[in-house]
Design a protein around this ligand. Sequence first.
Ligand code: ADP
Ligand code: MG
Length: 347
Amino acid sequence: MFENKQNRTELSSIGEFGLIEHIKQSVKLSQPGSLKGIGDDAAVIDNGPGRTVLTTDMLVEGVHFDLTYTPLKHLGYKAVVVNLSDLCAMNAQPRQILCAMALSNRFSLEAVEELMSGMLLACERYGVDLVGGDTCASGQGLTISVTAIGHAQEQDLVYRSGAQVNDLICVTGDIGAAYMGLQLLNREKKIFLENPGVQPELQGYDYLLERQLKPEARLDIIQRFKTWYVKPSSMIDLSDGLASDVIHLCKNSNTGCQLYEEKLPLDHLTVQLGPELGLDPTVAALNGGEDYELLFTLPLSEYEKIKDRAEVSVIGHMTDAASGYRFIDRQQNVHELKALGWDAFKS
Ligand code: ADP
Ligand code: MG
């Protein structure tokens, strides 16, 4: 249904109900708990025994994304993934989503199809159902709001508030790359606007672009926690940047923290591109955000279970609240970790 991209079908020609019908045609339900999807006044789901976990996130054009370099399919994918990432951060299994969008007349049916194809690809990859939403006109631009529904047993839920003094602070994957990708895209956009003849120089940086444009939720990690017999004492997903997010854990758990620059997992491209963009990779990791990796704490006694896991890096430990938020750089200098502006200390 997503062919004929050359054609432009005005949304006004099919109307709101035509569009909803169109979306409905492309949606298949796979979760046994999705009893009623698109088509009635509300969806009906059977979540069985346990806890229902809910989250919602809104993406606004010009604030959260820039369509000059964001393909609509990627945007749809990301809009779903950022919500699933929040459910993973609760150690919950995502099951359904709802999607509301406001569209200006700049968007054609074909554009909405592109957006939906990304959303549905994410649904398929993560095994969740799109069970409803809302569609309306907007005076200007595009706004997408996704709500995600997940499930967990009470004893499996992980909050921001459970960390104890001396717990290890762990992070999955690598960090800072999404911000590097964003800087790269902004640089190329600027060059393009000044000189439209120049082709963007993005070759070799696929990983950084993907981290920015098409992030993934670490559902694989929360599934592995079960097989590793690991339950974090606290957890958050990295959306705002490591510094800000670790402080969220500390504030909620009433602890301080100590992080080590040398332990931060940086991808080699992040390290390589840093000087070229005039950006310290450590600053990108601390303050960049949008990595959607999981940041969690574990009691020291659990160290053996994760020490040889390639997906997990131990980057520091929790301290008592009075010790504050500390960052030890490679020269062993101690800095106060700030939610933003740690770079001010660098010079
Ligand atoms: P109502 O007027 O009762 O709010 P709507 O006409 O908005 O109903 O929606 C009809 C059905 O279509 C509902 O099941 C709703 O969840 C679904 N729906 C509307 N917009 C979307 C969308 N963008 N994506 C998925 N489902 C949608
Ligand atoms: Mg409605």
